[in-house]
Design a protein around this ligand. Structure first.
Ligand SMILES: NC(=O)c1ccc[n+]([C@@H]2O[C@H](COP(=O)([O-])OP(=O)(O)OC[C@H]3O[C@@H](n4cnc5c(N)ncnc54)[C@H](OP(=O)(O)O)[C@@H]3O)[C@@H](O)[C@H]2O)c1
Length: 151
């Protein structure tokens, strides 16, 4: 199964100028704990934005690019597995993977950013069951960890 994992602003902001918007250590810890040891699917641009140039350590990084391999075949193969495969962005990959993802882990930030240039796709919250997993605050910015499971 695919689980999307993302941090989003009040207007579904995801990123700006190729990077993340907010620096939230508590969210990074959550992301690491959830994804460690698992397969993580991401777009080529997100992969290249990860410092160090080697992707996420301790996880199998599966990078989608039109220049290498057939994304549809990769998705088909992973969709059949029983393990939880994480979808870690960015905007284009969330858009692509939303219909295939039974679960969304969204860190919902109580802030906006008018300079954002990448957004999470709109989705119908009525079609999901929401569970609140916790709350956090970093650098004066409050956020809520939510889990959405498709009904
Ligand atoms: N807030 C969050 O949780 C979060 C998480 C991750 C990223 N982000 C932010 O999101 C932004 C990047 O998002 P983005 O949408 O610009 O880029 P992206 O989704 O990370 O990467 C886009 C690239 O992925 C490849 N790709 C996408 N869909 C594909 C498909 N169907 N088949 C094959 N390849 C495909 C293409 O690579 P090629 O050009 O090589 O063909 C495409 O140019 C950054 O600002 C980043 O910081 C935010």
């Amino acid at each position: 199964m695919f689980s999307i994992i993302a941090v989003v602003g009040k207007n579904r902001e995801l990123g700006k100028k190729g990077g993340l918007i907010w620096r939230l250590p508590g969210d990074m810890k959550f992301f690491r704990e959830k994804t460690l040891g698992h397969k993580v699917v991401m777009g080529r641009k997100t992969y290249e934005s990860i410092p160090g140039g080697k992707g996420l350590e301790g996880r199998e990084n599966i990078v989608l690019s039109r220049k290498s391999g057939d994304a549809e075949a990769i998705i088909r193969e992973l969709a059949c597995s029983n393990e939880e495969v994480f979808v870690a962005g960015g905007g284009s990959v969330y858009q692509k993977m939303l219909p295939y993802s039974a679960r969304l882990y969204l860190t919902e930030v109580d802030a906006t950013d008018a300079e954002a240039d990448t957004f999470f796709p709109e989705f119908d919250k009525d079609k999901y069951t929401r569970v609140e997993l916790g709350k956090g605050e970093d650098n004066g910015i409050k956020y809520t960890f939510s889990q959405y499971d498709k009904k």
